[in-house]
Design a protein. Structure first.
Length: 351
């Protein structure tokens, strides 16, 4: 006798559909049990949802531009290749984050334990994304500025607090860049003024040398005059070059002073807010949202719980259950008035 494969012994789709119909009829006999278990499961889902705190995101996007090379020959700034690290570690320092946490009252539970934990929570929930970063490209055209996009996103349990926090972070960036650029402009003005003073002192010294050379030429003999004239001509060329350099430094000092004043007033900053977006606030109230969650979970769990109760029910309810056990029913006796006479419950003591 050839062996029968286990695949051939498996029942087909019709048998599976028949089994589902049988479980559905068995589940209809235990409606209250199924409803109670479904309500308990849905209530657990509602309680868990109520205990969870929703998080809201607020973000802003900056366009970072560098200074272009102007008509006065100022140099392009150093490329910030790690702009993200610069913002996180150079601008959002822990001291500034501590002041922000205490001022806005962020993470009150963590602040009661330690302000340091609240600061770390703020930095962990802070996301800094750099995109369209053209600082990474070496552009030979220095007449147009390179740029990058910087998006700052902060998530918190309260939508209003998330908005206030991300706005405060944006103000920190703008204030830091204004201070840094103003300091650079002041340093440039001081350096240019010092170079101008040194150049002026050099020109004065050369002019004294020229006066001395002219006096020596007037006192020189006929044999010494040609050599004195050559020295005087070289000195004149040196003085002319030094005076031209002094004039350029004077112009640069004027430009540096003007730029320093403009930087203090914030007129030359290229740190523009180009986009403001946040996740929309919930349109539904908390109670209505929990109610909808409960109704959805109840409707979803009812058929699943019904099938589970019907599958684990050991009682025999009809002919289909007997046939599934391998027993062939011989017939059915309808209930009648004396059907309980002689039953086991009556024959047992105390029955």
């Amino acid at each position: 006798m050839p062996a029968v494969s286990w695949l051939d012994q498996e029942r087909g789709f019709r048998a599976a559909w028949f089994e589902l119909r049988r479980l559905r009829r068995r589940a209809a006999l235990r409606p209250w049990t199924i409803l109670l278990l479904s309500l308990v499961a849905a209530g657990g889902a509602v309680v868990r949802q109520a205990m969870e705190r929703g998080r809201y995101q607020a973000s802003l996007t900056f366009r970072v531009l560098e200074h272009t090379q102007g008509a006065h020959g100022e140099e392009r700034p150093v490329t910030k290749r790690r702009l993200r690290d610069y913002v996180r570690d150079g601008i959002f320092t822990r001291s500034r984050c501590r002041q922000l946490v205490q001022r806005l009252g962020l993470f009150p539970e963590l602040q009661q334990l330690s302000v340091h934990r609240a600061v770390e929570a703020l930095r962990n929930d802070l996301e800094i994304e750099v995109f369209q970063n053209y600082f990474l490209k070496e552009d030979l055209d220095t007449s147009s500025p390179r740029s990058a996009r910087l998006r700052i996103t902060f998530s918190y349990y309260d939508v209003g607090q998330a908005e206030r926090t991300v706005r405060a972070l944006g103000h920190i960036i703008v204030a830091h860049e204004a201070e840094a650029r103003a300091e650079v402009a002041d340093q440039l003005a001081r350096t240019t003024s010092a170079a101008e003073r040194r150049a002026a002192e050099k020109v004065d010294a050369l002019r004294h040398q020229r006066a001395a050379a002219q006096y020596e030429l007037s006192q020189a003999s006929a044999a010494q005059s040609p050599g004195r004239l050559v020295e005087l001509a070289q000195l004149e060329r040196t003085i002319a070059a030094s005076e031209a350099r002094l004039e350029r430094l004077g112009d640069d000092r004027s430009v540096g002073d003007l730029r320093a004043r403009l930087e203090r007033r914030g007129l030359l900053l290229h740190f523009d807010l180009v986009d403001w977006s946040r996740s929309p606030a919930q349109a539904l109230s908390r109670n209505l949202r929990l109610t909808l969650v409960g109704v959805f979970c109840l409707l979803f769990l009812l058929p699943i719980v019904g099938l589970a109760v019907a599958a684990f029910d050991t009682r025999v309810h009809g002919e289909e259950d007997l046939r599934r056990l391998g027993l062939e029913p011989l017939g059915h006796v309808p209930p009648f008035a004396a059907d309980a006479l002689g039953t086991l419950s009556e024959r047992l003591p105390g029955g």
